[in-house]
Design a protein around this ligand. Structure first.
Ligand code: SF4
Ligand code: FES
Length: 241
């Protein structure tokens, strides 16, 4: 059968404005959107630019906006969409477009790095006297966060980032910090909680839950953010002796 893809195009060396090109590709319902894009590139227009690597939901490089929602092109099938109509393929929202479907992820990685300071008391800088043992229950507190593949889909889906606060550090950055704050081996959780409270930090999140909806690793991102907020509030309560 023929599937129609309407694809965002922008070549900064030739175009003043972005435009859309429509392609018809031969595809089965159980083929992936990434397969369709590859068919376009291999058979119709070799200039179409997009990122991909593993093609199996591991590397996080092919985050796109498909029919207005962030997703990995390798994880979405043609049959996940109404393929009797055009399927709209656009770059991830929030980020600047470098070419066609490729965005500049620098702001994403800057934010992820910014919330993970190597403070003097961070585990990386403190030599333990004995092995830091951890129970299964303690480990389970941040297990979910370890699944993040840094794809940026949550940034493209977050209404705060896209429409309200361009400086918001964003879901993946908070998730990463939450991983350390709730790790029983972490010695600098208090310093990390301070970092989270900076302007455009955790309190900028308005719990739209879109990060959770689109996360390709099914991470409960909003829940992790809410847990971090609760921890901040709890730490601010006077201790009852
Ligand atoms: Fe991607 Fe999910 Fe990590 Fe966000 S939290 S970067 S959507 S894997
Ligand atoms: Fe690696 Fe899709 S290409 S996650």
């Amino acid at each position: 059968m023929k599937v129609t893809l309407k694809v965002y195009r922008f070549n900064p060396e030739a175009d003043i404005e972005p435009h859309y090109d429509t392609f018809k590709v031969e595809a089965e319902p159980n083929e992936r959107i990434l397969d369709c894009l590859n068919k376009i590139r291999w058979q119709q227009d070799s200039t179409l630019s997009f990122r991909m690597s593993c093609a199996h939901g591991i590397c996080g490089s092919d985050g796109l906006t498909i029919n207005s929602q962030s997703a990995l092109a390798c994880q979405k099938l043609v049959e996940d969409y109404d393929y009797t109509k055009e399927i709209l393929i656009e770059p991830l929202k929030y980020f600047d477009v470098l070419k066609d479907l490729i965005v500049d992820l620098t702001p994403f990685f800057e934010r992820v790095k910014s919330v993970n300071p190597k403070t003097p008391s961070s585990p990386a800088n403190v030599e333990p006297e004995k092995e830091r043992l951890q129970s299964i229950e303690e480990r389970s507190r941040f297990d979910d966060a370890l699944k993040c593949i840094l794809c940026g889909c949550c940034y493209g889906a977050c209404p705060v980032m896209v429409e309200q606060d361009q400086e918001f550090i964003g879901p993946a950055a908070i998730l990463r910090e939450q991983r350390y704050i709730f790790d029983s081996r972490t010695a600098d959780a208090q310093e990390r909680l301070q970092v989270m409270q900076k302007p455009h930090g955790v309190w900028a999140c308005k719990s739209y839950y879109m990060c959770t909806v689109v996360c390709p690793k099914n991470i409960k991102v909003t829940e992790a953010i809410l847990r971090t907020k609760k921890k901040i509030i709890k730490e601010q309560q006077p201790k009852v002796e």
